[in-house]
Design a binder for this molecule. Structure first.
Ligand code: ME8
Length: 512
């Protein structure tokens, strides 16, 4: 069995999850579920990034200990993953001992390799971004103060600091981007990163003095390790690195994909591979940077205060409805807008009117006129065979789309097939045939339920619960729901019982 490792970014615990976090973990879950259904052994990791000034300062403001804040917030992220029906195999918290040990060891490896030295950092730091900036990277706000490229406050820092010799890795990184042009996706992000590296890399500060809430630098407790060195290491600490004998690390590293938001591409596509080169560890196969979920055109973020609570949306609209909307609406890799109205329109048109209506109409007829049994196939006409063949011909191309992380295109293609099946059902009018040609009615219903079976198998990664309900109605066995079973030779067998249909995608009423 081929192994597949996907990770999300780990979320800061200075506040509860928002739609951006939900979007990322849903996308990762869709990819993880897809790969499991495609016969791979998957390790899907998500978690929380708990150390650093940002969390420390938030805890101070709340007059609680940072560990308390980190614990409480990590639980809200765990809850969110569960409520979104995410199938993560592990949830890493950077305050866990297994993680701290790995951070300590990666530091020592980089130091052994001669890439860490003590110096003096004079420059800008943004606590919200947890990032050091050159003056040339900053912008000015309306009060003529410097702000970070993400519009966050920056402060001047003058302190002793450990540095990482990033400048040593310029050529190696450029070589990596050249040899593996898919290392960073989408392509626009690769170009950005390549230009950044080509402009010359400076060594980076990798420790903070006076940071209480962090992992101490080995053999120098005055300094704490920079939160990004700490956070990035989660991708291997969760595999029990440095215990290289451990099966998990051997089986799953290098990761197939680090799924992240576009604002943190540099950390993943420049710093992380450089740290790994230095520590003598293989680098991940791909960094995929998705776009932002916007609220009225602006990034949703804790600092801007325009966040939507994903839990509330699940309660209002349903988990699969939210998953479907977020994955269908936006080209994966681009920014996308969220509004209740957009979601309701999308869900009502695609899920209630198309897929829901098709399955409800067809399965009700089967229930009523075929004695709740898979209809007789009888002899098929060209029009029947054409519909069945269409999916058979297209299925590999559609599956390949998801292999290339074109999530929205995958869904769009499956829904084109839903529309064609709907058209077939309307054109063949089985409700008229029930009075004069029962054999033909049976054939039309058989073709339609078979198409519903295949469509439901294909949509499982996106809407696991609703597809489970559809496949349960069709009495498809649990071990016959992987993509292998889309093939015609596993078609529904006439005469087998099916269950009474229930409405799976009720229409949502718009409330102002
Ligand atoms: O960046 N739309 O944590 P974080 C889409 N701890 N994605 C969004 C988003 C939005 N509006 N807002 C945030 C961190 N994200 C670090 C990561 S990984 C070793 C350390 C994404 O809580 C963001 O781009 O600020 C990131 O991928 C993830 O949510 C966590 O963001």
């Amino acid at each position: 069995m081929e192994n597949f490792y996907i990770s999300t970014a780990i979320s800061y615990t200075n506040g509860p999850p928002h739609m951006g976090h939900a979007y990322e973990v849903i996308a990762a879950d869709v990819i993880a579920r897809f790969n499991r259904l495609n016969g791979k052994r998957v390790f899907f990791l998500t978690g929380t990034d708990e150390h650093g000034l940002k969390v420390q300062q938030k805890a101070e403001a709340l007059k609680i200990k940072p560990e308390e804040l980190a614990y409480d917030m990590s639980q809200t992220f765990i809850k969110m993953s569960k409520e979104l029906n995410c199938s993560n195999d592990d949830f890493i918290r950077t305050s866990e001992e297994r993680h701290k040990k790995a951070v300590n060891d990666i530091w020592l490896k980089m130091e052994e390799n001669g890439d860490i030295y003590l110096g003096e950092y004079s420059g800008w730091y943004s606590v919200v971004d947890e990032a050091f900036y050159q003056e040339s990277e900053l912008k000015k706000n309306e009060k003529d103060e410097y702000i970070s490229p993400n519009n966050n406050n920056v402060e001047w820092v003058d302190e002793k600091s450990y540095f990482f010799k990033l400048s040593n890795y310029e050529d190696k990184l450029l070589d990596l981007y050249k040899k593996n042009e898919d290392f960073i996706q989408p392509r626009s992000r690769l170009n950005e990163i390549r230009n950044f590296v080509k402009n010359g890399l400076n060594d980076i500060s990798i420790s903070r003095k006076g940071l209480e809430w962090g992992i101490k630098v080995p053999n120098d407790s005055e300094h704490s390790i920079y939160v990004w060195v700490d956070a990035l290491t989660n991708y291997i600490s969760a595999l029990n690195w440095p215990d290289e004998k451990c099966d998990k690390f051997k089986s799953f590293w290098p990761a197939d994909i680090h799924l992240i938001g576009k604002d943190i591409t540099r950390f993943h596509a420049v710093y992380w591979p450089a740290f790994l080169f230095s520590a003598g560890i293989e680098i991940p196969k791909k960094v995929f940077a998705h776009g932002f979920i916007l609220n009225k055109g602006e990034k949703m973020s804790k600092s801007l205060g325009n966040i939507e609570d994903p839990m509330e949306l699940i309660n209002s609209f349903g988990v699969d409805q939210l998953r479907y909307f977020l994955m269908r609406e936006t080209i994966f890799g681009n920014d996308g807008n969220y509004s209740d109205e957009l979601l309701i329109n999308r869900v009502n048109s695609d899920l209630s009117n198309d897929l829901g209506n098709l399955s409800q109409r067809c399965l009700s007829m089967v229930n009523k006129h075929c004695n709740s049994k898979v209809p007789e196939k009888n002899s098929l006409k060209i029009v029947d065979q054409e519909l069945l063949d269409l999916l058979e011909i297209k299925v590999n191309d559609i599956l390949e789309m998801m292999d290339n992380y074109q999530i929205n295109s995958y869904i769009e293609e499956v829904f084109n097939i839903v529309s064609l099946t709907n058209k077939y059902f309307s054109d063949q009018k089985p409700w008229e045939l029930k009075n004069n040609d029962l054999m033909r009615m049976n054939s039309v219903l058989w073709v339609t339920v078979e198409m519903i079976r295949k469509i439901s198998i294909m949509l499982q990664p996106v809407m696991p619960e609703s597809c489970k309900r559809l496949l349960d109605i069709l009495c498809v066995k649990d071990d016959q729901r992987t993509f292998d079973f889309i093939e015609d030779k596993f078609s529904l067998i006439s005469g087998k019982s099916i269950k009474e249909p229930v409405i799976i995608f009720p229409k949502i009423k718009y409330k102002k």
